[in-house]
Design a protein around this ligand. Structure first.
Ligand code: DGP
Length: 116
């Protein structure tokens, strides 16, 4: 079950706080991360406030696909033709800090493995 979440990202969706928005449609929003961990660091979020990946349900099937395809679109738009990384931090052990589901798109440098 997805609890009702109100986070800083809800305020960005409603334009109550500023963000550098790079893509938007009726279902999702993409904007630059305020604390970038790579030369390109963009977040893609659903407008529906699903708290975390672990809360996604079967009804979110199409939305989850749309989030991934938006990550691809935004990475292309950012010129990341040499590759990039898509990350979803989930829950405390996953290092999630904002409880509104988001995909990190990281690029513009060589990524390391394993991540910390
Ligand atoms: P996570 O740790 O996976 O929950 O990532 C949350 C990310 O959100 C983190 O990289 C910083 C970013 N972030 C937090 N607050 C804001 C904000 O107000 N504006 C923007 N653009 N990014 C934010």
């Amino acid at each position: 079950m997805s609890e009702i979440t109100e986070t800083i990202f809800s305020k960005i969706i409603r334009r109550e706080i500023p963000a550098d928005i790079v893509y938007e449609d009726e279902l999702v929003l993409a904007f630059k991360d305020v604390n970038p961990q790579a030369p390109v660091h963009i977040l893609v979020i659903p407008k529906e406030p699903i708290a975390k990946l672990a809360d996604a349900e079967s009804k979110d099937h199409a939305l989850m696909g749309h989030l991934l395809l938006t990550a691809k679109r935004v990475a292309q738009q950012a010129g990341l033709e040499n590759g990039y990384r898509v990350v979803i931090n989930t829950g405390p052990d996953g290092g999630q800090t904002v409880y509104h589901l988001h995909l990190h798109i990281l690029g513009g440098r060589q990524m390391k493995w394993p991540p910390g």
